[in-house]
Ligand binder design. Structure first.
Ligand code: FAD
Length: 101
């Protein structure tokens, strides 16, 4: 950090580095779809299985980022709340629509 942000050394109090690939529960990284996987699995990743709703960055148009993680949680929470209120909240538009917009 000090080499990239010149003059920051006096401001540094503590730093931690993590080898994500060695972390037991994270296992390394965020999703990275191979060609064809988005269109093949997109619907399945977002379709509830009974009472189970999938959330996580891999289920959102902004996959790979915090933004996607938060948006997916909001989507799943909305769908669950909608079910409890007797309203159906379907998946948003497909990634194709998003990529082409
Ligand atoms: C090194 C690195 C740098 C990043 N930098 C950025 C960045 O700069 N900006 C950005 O927006 N995003 C960044 N990201 C991506 C961002 O961290 C993820 O997109 C986001 O955290 C995904 O959130 P999530 O809730 O979908 O999944 P996660 O945060 O992975 O949450 C999944 C949770 O499930 C738990 N879990 C797994 N298996 C089980 C199980 N069997 N039982 C119970 N619990 C389980 C895990 O322990 C974890 O707590 C980075 C990611 C990495 C790894």
């Amino acid at each position: 950090m000090c080499s990239t942000a010149g003059g920051s050394r006096p401001l540094l109090i503590h730093a931690v580095t993590i080898a994500w690939a060695n972390e037991r529960y994270t296992g390394g990284t965020y999703s990275a779809f191979a060609p064809g996987q988005v269109t093949r699995f997109w619907s399945a990743l977002r379709t509830p299985v009974g009472p189970i709703h999938l959330a996580g960055e891999h289920t959102d148009e902004y996959w790979g980022y915090m933004e996607g993680a938060i948006r997916s949680g909001q989507r799943a929470a909305k769908a669950i709340a909608g079910k409890r209120l007797g309203r159906s909240v379907g998946p948003r538009r497909s990634p194709d629509a998003w990529l082409l917009s």
